[in-house]
Design a binder for this molecule. Sequence first.
Ligand code: ADQ
Length: 454
Amino acid sequence: MQRIIVIANRLPVARKEGLWVTSPGGLVRALEPVLQRVNGSWVGWSGDADSELEPFEHDGIEQIPVPLSSAELDGFYYGFCNSTLWPLYHDAIVAPEFHRHQWRPYVAVNQRYAHHAARVLRNDDIAWVQDYQLQLVPGMLRAMRPEATIGFYLHIPFPPIELFSRLPWRQQIIEALLGSDVLAFQTRASVRNFADAARRFGDARVSSRGELAWRGRTIKLQRAPIAIDTSHFSRLARSPQVTERVAALRHELGDAEHIILGVDRLDYTKGIDLRLKAFAGLLEETDEPHKYAFVQVAVPSREDVPAYQDLRSEIEQIVGRINGDYGEPGWAPVSYLYRSLELEELIAYYVAADVMLVTPLRDGMNLVAKEYVAARIGDPGVLILSEFAGAAEQLRSALIVNPYDVDTVTATIRRAAHMDRSEARMRMQRLRRTVRKEDVFEWARACLAILEAI
Ligand code: ADQ
């Protein structure tokens, strides 16, 4: 049996009060059983800067910590990953910064991940590298373990060539990615964009079967949309604690007739500001504002990056303005929560929401959209989904919108709130069929099947 070595920015465990606990999330849930079965390892940062840790075992998986210093976190993580690559790969919604002094730690840190992986990677193993933080690792590993099978999965969009071309280190990144045997992406559009860039900046040839030929090797391109543990969400949505909490929540929201929900990491890619403006448009035109309650849950994120600090103040100002303009003593149309929620609490919000607004300006996939669908086990509820989320390729029965078109989003919220139940039910049934069939276990199976066949 081939062993699998996952290489990701973070380990799947984090230290809480001195003990290692498994981090929540679909990726970890899907990969844990696979890695346990094949005696696999996980290479990643522990979350503690400036600490050197020896490899250890947790729940049958060997954990290989990669040390990072605080200075490296600044240059590599907050700098090159989140001020250069993240905005560039998301349509340059915020201007990407290009700093040579941040590229250097990106190279050095990628090299360290590759070294830690190479220590345990044998030539007949599979190395599976995750995401934009580690794009140089496939090429570095290929140089050290030429016979190993190497896969790479990008969780965020791969941008169109017009944008990618701006990157001063475009050739190094393309050549390093081409060290993989399989390159997998969330959407068809990302696969196409990568093939364009590989042709232009790597001199790769694209074969008729959608494979790339490069320096005597063949590289397979795969579309593999990531997903969630659907049955876990549906099960929790049915649990007595969630049901009880939903009733309380509706009451806390003034028993509004239409509860509208947004749930995101606080990120400028998520379109939270425009979504709030679309809701303000609805309040502006209705005679019955009390019938609506909008809840925006925002998880704190990358608080050390200035663009995120600016975004937080901007959103809080918009919320303040809407509540100032339309609120009354004892009643505010927008409830804004800046925090992370426990899973059961999050699901209670999904169950309570009649309309879910998932309107990112650009998103690799967006799991929140899939979680909402998985949680709708009783009343159908209506999902409004941005055409710029990867999820829109699969969730075709949602109400698909252009999030920049604020007036149309306002009209779509009104349409969703007043949709007749038979149409809502039909749409939700189709969406549920998709998220049931294409869950995260199916995603992991498809990704690993192609790697095992190399
Ligand atoms: P993210 O940009 O973080 O992920 P998303 O896919 O929506 O975006 O995942 C967010 C996760 O955080 C969801 O599982 C959600 O439940 C959770 N979450 C959000 N708000 C929360 C809250 N207030 N409390 C607790 N949990 C909360 C990146 C890419 C995506 C891609 C994923 C996976 O940007 O496009 O779908 O990786 O590949």
